[in-house]
Design a binder for this molecule. Structure first.
Ligand SMILES: [Zn+2]
Length: 416
């Protein structure tokens, strides 16, 4: 679950009336041309003209607000292509020229959240609330930042306020309920800070197991980061470990789901019988979820389901002979799902059997792409999805084949 891009800037810009001093008149002309450029959607030109206007008349608050709006629009375009670093640099200029305006701070906070820079997000959103106390969007985003920091109590305080003012706030009630459920399960948990992870775990977890998990995760940080082009999350990743029952209670997931990444890695430590899950199995699950962390760093929520899961499978384990037998059955009995039908996250609502087949197919497909066409092509594919390209057309231009051809190639490996 992630928010889409929020709209921060209306298109209201202020025209200036010609005043007396000459430099102010020139500033007015520049400002009005800047407004025209803005209204045409040429935000770079608008920024240039409005910067010049401000240099001529830096006491003009209308010019300041216009320039701030133009910066915000430029940042919005960059963010749509996931160029968050450039977008936040521009917003730094925006908050300097229009220091009383909360909107660029909120926008900055939202972009920091999209990059998982939680501490920066909290700072920017606190600034926004200082300028615009009670602003619902700022409080909602600040709640999200606390939630991602796993400070569930503070998240709840923010969201309580928003829901009290606007009970119909889209999507918030369900997020609130989820956080509340997690809080009630996790309130007695301990917390351990590793180098790149914050691990939350039930008190009865043996120290030996906690050590093993830290080693698994720190190893994954290096290996998966390196495999995916040197990608490392900017803030420590939150990991929440549960007993089998607690996992079900907190996530409401069915028993066949081994672990999950929903912005935090969540995994049970015990099985249905209450036995500790074996270390290799735990390793497969944690590495799988960590691949999702890294894939999201690269492409946000823009990966099709089959690619996201296929990558996580390929980089966490090899296909074993039992998997290969099942793949043979899938392809020979014509039970394969078309790749195009495995794009959306709705896949998770399918039956356990369907889902098992879909995971195997996703694994086999990404294995083939990774091994036959190489890691670099995969990175190019991921980056074009990050920019917002449609999956199959990006796939076609990079791999020179459509989904169907690719699926036939995969099937050919398993047909008798
Ligand atoms: Zn997964």
């Amino acid at each position: 679950m992630r928010r889409g891009f929020l709209q921060f800037v209306g298109v209201v810009l202020f025209l200036c009336l010609a005043g007396a001093p000459l430099h102010a008149q020139e500033a007015t002309v520049m400002n009005n041309e800047g407004v025209d450029a803005f209204n045409r959607g040429d935000f770079s030109r608008a920024v240039m003209l409005l910067e010049e206007a401000l240099a001529l008349d830096d006491s003009n608050t209308a010019i300041r607000r216009n320039l701030c709006n133009a910066y915000q629009k430029k940042a919005e375009l960059l963010a749509a292509e996931r160029e968050f670093t450039l977008a936040t640099q521009i917003l730094r200029k925006a908050v300097k020229v229009d220091a009383e305006n909360a909107s660029p701070f909120m926008q900055m906070g939202a972009y920091y959240l999209s990059q998982d820079k939680v501490a920066d997000a909290i700072d920017a959103l606190e600034e926004a609330i200082g300028l615009a106390p009670g602003n619902l969007m700022a409080h909602e985003l600040l709640g999200q930042a606390y939630y991602e920091d796993n400070d569930l109590y503070s998240a709840r305080v923010q969201w309580d306020y928003v829901l009290a003012v606007d009970p119909e706030r889209p999507g918030l009630a369900s997020r609130y309920e989820k956080a509340f459920r997690e809080e009630s399960v996790e309130q007695e948990f301990n917390r351990w800070k590793a180098n790149h992870f914050i691990i939350n775990y039930p008190k009865d977890t043996p120290a030996r197991l906690r050590g093993a998990i830290t080693t698994i995760l720190e190893r994954a940080y290096l290996d998966v980061g390196r495999a995916l082009g040197g990608t490392y999350p900017p803030s420590p990743v939150q990991v929440v470990l549960y007993s089998f029952e607690q996992f079900g209670e907190a996530t409401r997931m069915q028993g066949h789901i081994g672990a999950v990444y929903d912005g935090k890695i969540r995994s049970p430590l015990t099985d249905t019988d209450g036995e500790w899950i074996a270390e290799d199995e735990l390793k497969r699950r944690l590495v799988h979820e960590y691949v999702h962390v890294v894939a999201r760093q690269i492409a946000g929520d823009r990966l099709p389901w089959w690619l996201n899961e296929g990558l996580a499978e390929t980089l966490s384990k090899s296909l074993v002979s039992r998997d290969i037998d099942q793949l043979k059955a899938i392809y020979n009995e014509d039970k394969a799902l078309p790749l195009a039908s495995m794009e959306s996250a709705q896949m998770e609502h399918r039956s356990a059997d369907d889902l098992r087949r879909a995971y195997l197919q996703a694994h086999a497909t990404v294995d083939l792409l990774w091994n036959r066409y190489g890691r670099n092509k995969m990175l190019v594919f991921l980056r074009s999805l990050a920019r917002g390209e449609e999956s199959e057309s990006a796939f076609k231009s990079i791999y020179r084949r459509n989904y169907e051809t690719c699926q036939n190639e995969v099937a050919a490996l398993y047909l008798y």
